[in-house]
Design a protein around this ligand. Structure first.
Ligand code: S3P
Length: 174
């Protein structure tokens, strides 16, 4: 086994399914947003508000570089859930490909809007007015990027949580 990375848009379930799979397999789970929050001592929203998006993106990139360049500091087998904007930078996509197998948890815009509409306060990229329009624009910009970074695509619409976790389990490299 080695590292499985979950990428995809906010609200696609990277953390939920990643944690469920890691628990099922008894392996380590890591979420880049959570790690950055712990290092910064504040929430992602506060990092955006106080230090700006560029600083947050730098923190994301240095964390990923550390995982790629110092793999012995992390468990060999783990599920890594990354922030929805992580694959946007090319250097991050290169590091992702070195770290492990990348699964794109793909959801339709309709499903993402329904999941995120009432839950956007802590998500600075879509906070404020008209989250649906922000989701539409970001998805349009990112779809090709998620596909470029992905080794595997798992479509989540219409599937139960258990079915998604079972499907993800198939992509663990033994
Ligand atoms: C972001 C996604 C968030 C978090 C930050 C920016 C993005 O992570 O990293 O708010 O640009 O898509 P989740 O995808 O885990 O919500």
């Amino acid at each position: 086994m080695s590292k499985l990375i979950l990428e995809g848009f906010m609200g696609c379930g990277k953390t939920t399914y990643g944690k469920a799979l890691a628990d099922k397999l008894g392996i380590f789970f890591m979420d880049t947003d959570k790690s950055i929050e712990q290092m910064a001592g504040m929430s992602v929203s506060d990092i955006f508000a106080r230090r700006g998006e560029a600083d947050f993106r730098d923190m994301e990139s240095s964390l990923l570089t550390r995982i790629a360049e110092q793999p012995r500091k992390y468990p060999r087998d783990m599920i890594l859930s990354i922030g929805g904007g992580m694959p946007v930078k090319l250097e991050n996509r290169i590091n992702l490909s070195m770290i492990g197998r990348v699964v794109y948890l793909r959801a339709t815009e309709e499903l993402l809007v329904s999941r995120l509409q009432g839950d956007n306060a802590d998500r600075p990229m879509i906070a404020g007015d008209d989250p649906a329009a922000k989701i539409h624009k970001l998805l349009e910009e990112r779809e090709a990027i998620y596909l470029d970074a992905a080794n595997v695509i798992v479509d989540i619409d219409g599937k139960s949580d258990e079915a998604i976790v079972r499907e993800l389990e198939r992509y663990i490299i033994v």
